[in-house]
Design a protein around this ligand. Structure first.
Ligand SMILES: *[C@@H]1O[C@H](CO)[C@@H](O)[C@H](O)[C@H]1NC(C)=O
Ligand SMILES: *[C@@H]1O[C@H](CO)[C@@H](O)[C@H](O)[C@H]1NC(C)=O
Ligand SMILES: *[C@@H]1O[C@H](CO)[C@@H](O)[C@H](O)[C@H]1NC(C)=O
Ligand SMILES: *[C@@H]1O[C@H](CO)[C@@H](O)[C@H](O)[C@H]1NC(C)=O
Length: 417
């Protein structure tokens, strides 16, 4: 009797401790993301893509979800940015509300022979998957394994038509582009926000990855590619997410492939309109967060660390020290990354961000966890040189970077919250 009571007390105590995490919902407080106890939360994590032609999170033909999440945990990370395509939700609507089995999707994307053999390998690595498993059941399994490991999920709307992102002529670049129907997009955001209500660790969602001018449609670029259209649509998208799921934070990305948020943050005219950014124009101003991307473009190779910091400041990091009540919000660098060879990590770009992001108490997700893609730009089993993991997703691609720089960086970001 005493013993059973003790066991049930212990069970209750551990239940309380477990229920404490993730301690959401998160909100913004000026430049900070804070949890339900008002403690600051800093994201330190990695991208896990799932928006290419198969619409399936990558790597499962090589490893189990448990193995991949354990590698993320081994780096000490607290978040994944899980990407998806709007087309995945469009297909559910086209199919009378039912998800498409991934077996079918793999054959469509990879052909009969390869699609079938990749599906068999995915099942062999992930024996809890049933033969009819759908995309969202795979997403659910990833979210659940992350929750077990106390890793948050940030869902990213990466593209409309599923493919490798982000060419300037891929029809996915900006609102009203060939595949970028605004109604399908807001419907997809609502659908995923609603679906994610069942994930205890879904803390945030993006509106759209890397908005950019589109070279295949001069009409879209001339008529629509501007801050005025951006503002109209980000309000629609944010309010759609918030109506479906009032818990999640909503990330706003900028133009020029999300490298530039300046007019919004500086409260300049959002031309061609004469409106200016004001978080109170949104249904849930306390849920908004800025996001930026940064890569070591050829043109930046010569920059010093202090020049890179100036570039980031001008692009939007100025929000971190701003007292503008209408535009000051938290900032997260949701993509940065570089070749995982033996030496690039010791160059200016990588060493700069490895120090600078934790020092600024800015959240971040590095691109990218996996070492290969089911298919990328027409090549099946394409190698991913930016991957933390090698081609088979079995171990680090650049152990020196992960062990000597990345793990300490995660630690600094999380200790510095
Ligand atoms: C099947 O996949 C291999 C790479 O694993 C690729 O070389 C081959 O072209 C693919 N076959 C078809 C028919 O696409
Ligand atoms: C998968 O779907 C097929 C066709 O609808 C059905 O016959 C089969 O029983 C299903 N398998 C499982 C494991 O649900
Ligand atoms: C929008 O979704 C519908 C399915 O509901 C689909 O048939 C249509 O092709 C989608 N539009 C675009 C531009 O992708
Ligand atoms: C950071 O590393 C120190 C020293 O190894 C460790 O005690 C601490 O728990 C780590 N903090 C986090 C947040 O990982």
């Amino acid at each position: 009797m005493f013993f059973t009571r003790l066991v049930s007390i212990l069970a209750a105590v551990s239940f309380v401790l477990a229920a404490d995490w993730p301690n959401g919902p998160f909100v913004n407080d000026g430049r900070w993301i804070v949890d339900a106890s008002k403690n600051s939360v800093i994201y330190a994590g990695v991208n896990w893509p799932g928006a290419a032609e198969t619409m399936l999170p990558e790597g499962l033909q090589y490893q189990s979800i448990e193995f991949i999440v354990a590698k993320i945990k081994e780096m000490g990370m607290n978040v994944i940015r899980l990407t998806y395509a709007t087309e995945m939700i469009d297909q559910i609507y086209d199919n009378g509300g039912e998800g498409i089995p991934i077996a079918t999707a793999l054959v469509s994307a990879l052909g009969q022979e390869n699609g079938t053999s990749i599906f068999q390998r995915i099942l062999a690595n992930n024996p809890t998957f049933s033969e009819n498993i759908t995309h969202l059941e795979v997403f659910d399994a990833i979210a659940s394994e992350c929750a077990k490991n106390e890793i948050y999920v940030h869902l990213d709307n990466h593209v409309s038509k599923a493919m490798w992102c982000c060419a300037y002529n891929d029809g996915n670049g900006f609102f009203h582009d060939t595949y970028f129907d605004v109604g399908n997009w807001t419907r997809g955001l609502s659908y995923m926000a609603n679906h994610g209500l069942s994930w205890p660790n879904l803390m945030s969602m993006s509106l759209r990855n890397e908005l950019r001018p589109t070279l295949d449609s001069l009409v879209v670029t001339t008529l629509y590619y501007n801050w005025g259209t951006w503002y109209t649509n980000v309000k629609l998208g944010a309010d759609a997410i918030n109506a479906a799921n009032p818990k999640v934070l909503i990330f706003l990305s900028g133009l020029l492939s999300d490298t530039y948020l300046t007019p919004a943050i500086d409260e300049a005219w959002l031309l061609p309109s004469f409106s200016t950014f004001n978080k109170n124009d949104f249904a849930a101003p306390n849920k908004l967060v800025w996001e930026l991307h940064n890569y070591d473009l050829v043109t930046l190779e010569a920059v010093t660390c202090s020049e890179l910091q100036t570039i980031l400041h001008l692009a939007g990091f100025s929000t971190l020290t701003s007292d503008n009540e209408k535009t000051a919000l938290p900032m997260v660098m949701t993509e940065w990354g570089f070749d995982q060879d033996d030496s690039t990590w010791e160059g200016v770009y990588a060493t700069c961000l490895v120090d600078y992001l934790p020092a600024q108490q800015v959240g971040w997700m590095i691109w990218v966890i996996g070492g290969s893609h089911y298919i990328r730009e027409g090549t099946q089993d394409a190698d991913e040189t930016y991957g933390m993991l090698n081609h088979e997703w079995s171990d680090w691609r650049s152990p020196a970077f992960v062990e000597e720089a990345l793990i300490p960086m995660v630690n600094k970001s999380l200790s510095n919250a």
